[in-house]
Design a protein. Structure first.
Length: 297
């Protein structure tokens, strides 16, 4: 099997880390821990999100500035590159029992052949990193897409290849409960700014509690991101949310980094999508046309 094009812009370093190079920028991985609530409100490390940290001439560049200056024709290549370095670094620096969240922009996946190519490259990268697909959470951002049908087929292809599915930024401008119902994700990540607004009022807190309960009844794991204050963490626990992420718990750290100071816990048991928290079984997904190759167990 030929070596993936994903590795063409990768630099391997003596400390075991990998970085990317694109158009004069150096791209590094930062991992931010994600924690799960256990009995008595005890938090344990369950996952990490891979975040890109660009540099130019040795100086950090804010990710929004990096992506805003990028040609539209380069976006797919750069997104593939960032996932590649995150997965390679996860294989070296993260606990093998933890989940790894990586982003997918749904607007970029518009046809079957492109999806199949991305899945092939993902398999090569995961083989190189020594990571099973069941550890990977594919975050599908809440953005407008040119075709809902293409989005559903893309998500189904990811699921058929053993990946977990998360809908990111729920509650943002483009979010829709209908998309949640259609995609049937394993995890819903609530938008940080939306959570902050709702947490500042009793009706908002009541709405959050109701949504968390509704998603859990459907077998969907809830994750609050952007938790930056202790009072927000307390409210998140009161709402019954399953997982939390934010600066009050841990900031993103650029690899190489040691997260051994955090107690770890396997939030998902094998096989993928069997939850260790007491939630009802998932309803059977609706029948949809499927493409992409299934990874053997």
């Amino acid at each position: 099997m030929s070596r993936s094009a994903s590795f063409a812009h990768i630099v391997r370093h003596e400390d075991g880390s990998s970085s990317g190079v694109w158009g004069g920028y150096t791209l590094q991985t930062a991992f931010q821990p994600i924690f799960a609530f256990g009995e008595g409100g005890k938090l344990s490390l369950a996952a990490f999100e891979g975040l890109i940290r660009p540099q130019r001439d040795g100086a950090p560049v804010p990710p929004p500035a990096f992506f805003s200056n990028m040609a539209s024709s380069d976006r797919m290549h750069v997104e593939t590159l960032t996932r590649t370095i995150h997965l390679l670094n996860a294989g070296v620096f993260l606990d093998p029992s933890s989940l790894v969240f990586v982003n997918f922009d749904p607007s970029l996946f518009s046809d079957r052949m492109l999806t199949e190519r991305i899945l092939r490259e993902m398999r090569l990268v995961l083989h190189e990193a020594g990571i099973e697909p069941s550890r990977i959470v594919c975050e599908v951002t809440e953005q407008r897409t040119s075709s809902d049908t293409a989005l559903f087929q893309f998500v189904q292809a990811l699921r058929d290849n053993g990946y977990l599915i998360a809908v990111d930024d729920y509650g943002s401008e483009d979010s829709s409960i209908q998309r949640i119902n259609d995609l049937e994700p394993d995890i819903v990540k609530f938008d940080a700014q939306w959570i902050t607004r709702l947490m500042n009022s009793r009706p908002g807190n009541a709405l959050l509690e109701a949504m968390v309960a509704d998603f859990r009844a459907k077998g969907i794991i809830n994750l609050f991101e952007g938790i930056e204050e202790p009072w927000q963490l307390e409210l998140a626990e009161k709402c019954g949310v399953d997982m939390v992420q934010g600066y009050v718990l841990a900031r993103p750290e650029i690899v190489p980094v040691n997260f051994a100071m955090f107690p770890s816990a396997r939030f998902f048991s094998e096989p993928a999508r069997h939850f260790s928290v007491p939630v009802p079984a998932r309803r059977k997904p609706a029948s949809r046309r499927v493409f992409g190759h299934r990874v053997s167990d």
